[in-house]
Design a binder for this molecule. Sequence first.
Ligand code: FAD
Ligand code: NAP
Length: 305
Amino acid sequence: MYDTIVVGAGPAGMTAALYAGRSNLKVALLERGIYGGQMNNTAEIENYPGYEHISGPALAEKMFEPLEKFGVEHLFGTMTKLELDGPIKKIHTEDGILEAKTVILAMGAKHRLLGIPGEDTYNSRGVSYCAVCDGAFFRGQNLLVVGGGDSAVEEALFLTQFAETVTIVHRRDQLRAQKVIQDRAFANEKIKFIWDSVVEEIQGDDLRVQEVVIKNVKTGEVSQQAFGGVFIYVGLDAMTESVTDLGITDEAGWIITDQDMATTIPGVFAIGDVRQKQLRQITTAVGEGAQAGQGVYNYLTEHAN
Ligand code: FAD
Ligand code: NAP
């Protein structure tokens, strides 16, 4: 029986586990993959205070290191269901059921798919969702990046170190990305833009991506253009499949909490990207992690009998 189980070892979950561990609680951190979450997909983080810049995996390592010192147990597995009959929370995994007095949900978000023909067929054969993981395989090629947010523009910049050119195709004529990131992209000679346009199909031969069908949403004009790779960054979906039956999510699947990170279910907290909120960042994730780590301590103190 744990005092709390934190589900997801991204920056939010690791911080919550740190705070709960420092309060001398019995804490488990359940993660289905490698700790660090989405931070593992980015080479350069420039907006985490205290570091001028640091790679995502390096920051993940630094967040993970102190957890052992405070007795946090690391469990490998995927939460498939959260059962809430009675005061004890039962976390179902493929390997069995874990029990805790409180749960902190920190499952984060996953990249959204475009859902167009060819996307699945050429996944890992020219279609990628992770420039840091796959960029080096595309040396000297002409690449297409889909999207206009921070991820698309920042990762397009990252890809310029390998690619001949990087073209960003965006469905509007203005980027959503932060101004500082936009300015860098506009100043980079390798980056081109296709505005007001969407990708309709990704085509190739038996082996790899070769062409992309692009439609201008204003003029209706359709063109076929050659690209060696397509990197897709069109936003995020909540990783909440395992808790959608609990009535704590909004229509889009994000978890609703109060300002103390508590859901409407007593003893169940949610933090980080998985929450319904405006700003999905590492800084906001760790702040919410701290609040929930302290929150479970307060909850357990109040419900001690
Ligand atoms: P996540 O990082 O998504 O971690 C969630 C964890 O939960 C994952 O490890 C996942 O495997 C695990 N998990 C999910 N479901 C389950 C389950 N059922 N059972 C067990 N484990 C589960 N933010 C910045 O502030 N600065 C940046 O420079 C920056 N760059 C970015 C670049 C890219 C390409 C991307 C994709 C994001 C970037 N972000 C950046 C955003 C930032 O990474 C996220 O806001 C942050 O990681 C969210 O943290 P989190 O802990 O809430 O969730
Ligand atoms: P995002 O901010 O939601 O942006 C998604 C982009 O994709 C938008 O420009 C959107 O267009 C476009 N888009 C959505 N659906 C589309 C579709 N079906 N077809 C074509 N285009 C589509 O997502 P993100 O860029 O992945 O960022 C996610 C979160 O991580 C954000 O909170 C972001 O701030 C954070 N992040 C931060 C940093 C950083 O701080 N350096 C870096 C990366 C990510 P519209 O603009 O028209 O909606």
